[in-house]
Design a protein around this ligand. Structure first.
Ligand code: BG6
Length: 487
């Protein structure tokens, strides 16, 4: 059953924001390109009391919004609707849940994939219910959305509840960043080229920066976000996964066990940030009113409609205490309402050991590799080059970039939503791009330590103006060590 394709996908939370923005358009993309197996049926469930027609309307509207007009084919929309059913059920209501499990049993015709796109507190109860109904056997898999819990203790509780019914190898923890083309390419760049590996260590690397900056605010998700904040919503998962892929040792093979083992070693090598250094190695911020892309936007508290100490920005100076990375700072930063949207990994190499040009007055800058994942995928290597001329007033050197725009390089390939790949992998039973239990828990353990440090130090988020790069103390975090954020 392990790698057998699923014939039924059950989406819990099928009317929610994630489903409408990402999941339904991804299913459409798979069907349109002939990647969905012929048997697959999709059952959506949520609390909303919709009938079949109402759900189909919701799906059609979501596809019109979420799929570019030029790619929307009414015939494919129709085929997708034919494969979809909806069954309203509410977790607090045993009768409706029993009716739901009866419906799933009736529809069953092989392997089932469940996607729990609900609040994490429902994961264990849903799995319990499926287990009791005999619907969590070896022919089933379950996808869980991040964040798994709120801290280490709640993550363990949820993971225990889920794995009581689904063995770990049938649990697929989603981090949608792992499904992004640019993130995949990070692996290809590192392990498909011989060029970088000799440079990828403390002898050659001066500092690494990982930035995930967003221009959006909390987008009507205030209730969720205010309990979560930037650290739990983004850093504990997306940024730490990017850190793992950047810093891990080469796995022996591109398969789930090998890749996850290497990521776990990175997480377990992270130097704790606690009460004694939280004020030096971490910065939390919250945005106030400002302007983003020329438009005035309210502050976080105004958007939320109440007072709050939740951080909408976090920056850290992390260290990986192992042979490869000893002494190299990894600066991590993420925030909402930042100056521009970008996701990137910036690796600054060490300066030349001795400059032969110093006497001639020419300055050399260290080389740098920029791996940009969003909004465009590009790879850029900054090199020093002679500025053309006869140099009568002295030699001049300039920084130039070897620039690879991956959109141009692969312009005939459609860019896919992260969930297209993740759904396809889950339907086919391939867990390489999903997060294992021990990874999530190791990430929580490290992040919990930072929260404890903040609490012990009575640390509260610093204000930053919407449309900026975060609080001034984030600048000090790097400059104190002779580094500057790439902006
Ligand atoms: C989600 C977070 O996991 O990632 C959101 O919950 C965030 O708050 C989103 O906006 C960012 O994803 P992407 O793919 O737009 O970079």
């Amino acid at each position: 059953m392990k790698n057998q394709s699923a014939s039924l996908m059950v989406i819990f939370g099928a009317t929610g924001d994630l489903a409408q923005r990402m999941l339904l358009p991804s299913l459409y993309g798979l069907l349109r390109d002939g990647l969905m197996n012929d048997q697959l049926r999709i059952l959506g469930t949520a609390r909303s009391e919709l009938d079949q027609a109402g759900f189909r309307e919701l799906v059609s509207a979501a596809l019109s919004r979420g799929v570019p007009q030029a790619e929307l084919d009414p015939a494919v929309v129709d085929q997708l609707l034919q494969r979809m059913d909806y069954f309203p059920a509410s977790l607090g209501d045993d009768t409706s849940m029993r009716a739901l499990t009866d419906r799933i049993s009736d529809m069953r015709d092989g392997v089932i994939v469940y996607h729990l796109s609900t609040a994490p507190r429902f994961y264990a109860p849903i799995c319990e219910l499926l287990g009791r109904a005999g619907l969590a056997d070896g022919g089933t898999r379950v996808l869980l959305e991040k964040p798994i819990g709120h801290d280490l203790a709640s993550a363990i509780e949820i993971n225990d509840g889920v794995t009581r019914h689904f063995d770990e190898e049938r649990v697929f923890r989603v981090d949608h960043y792992l499904g992004k083309e640019g993130v995949q390419n990070l692996l290809s760049l590192r392990f498909g080229n011989a060029l970088f590996e000799p440079l990828w260590n403390t002898r050659r690397v001066e500092q690494v920066q990982i930035t995930v900056a967003e221009t959006v605010g909390v987008e009507g998700r205030g209730d969720y976000y205010d309990h979560s904040g930037a650290m739990r919503d983004m850093l504990q998962n997306h940024l730490l996964q990017l850190l793992c892929l950047t810093a891990m040792e080469p796995p022996a093979r591109f398969e789930p066990g090998s890749v996850r083992n290497e990521k776990l070693k990175v997480l377990r090598s992270l130097r704790p940030i606690g009460a004694s250094d939280a004020g030096i190695n971490s910065v939390a911020g919250q945005y106030t009113a400002g302007a983003v892309n020329g438009e005035a936007v309210p502050g976080y508290r105004e958007e939320l409609g109440r007072d709050s100490d939740t951080e909408t920005f976090v920056a850290l100076r992390a260290h990986i205490d192992n042979w490869r990375w000893s002494g190299v700072p990894f600066y991590l930063r993420t925030g909402k309402r930042m100056s521009r949207r970008c996701t990137e990994i910036y690796i600054q190499f060490r300066a030349v050991p001795h400059s032969i040009f110093a006497g001639a007055g020419a300055k050399t800058e260290p080389n740098a590799l920029l791996i940009q994942l969003q909004p465009e995928e590009r790879i850029s290597l900054t090199l020093m080059s002679k500025t053309p001329g006869l140099d009568r007033d002295g030699l001049r050197l300039s920084q130039v970039a070897l620039d690879l725009d991956l959109h141009d390089a692969f312009e005939d390939q459609r860019r896919r939503l992260a969930y297209e790949r993740l759904y396809l992998d889950a339907i086919e039973g391939n867990g390489t791009l999903f997060v294992r239990r021990d990874e999530t828990e190791a990430a929580w353990e490290w992040v919990d330590g930072i929260f404890q440090g903040w609490r012990a130090a009575g640390y509260a988020p610093k204000n930053y103006q919407a449309g900026s790069w975060g609080p001034g103390s984030a600048v000090a975090l790097t400059e104190r060590h002779g580094h500057s954020w790439r902006e």
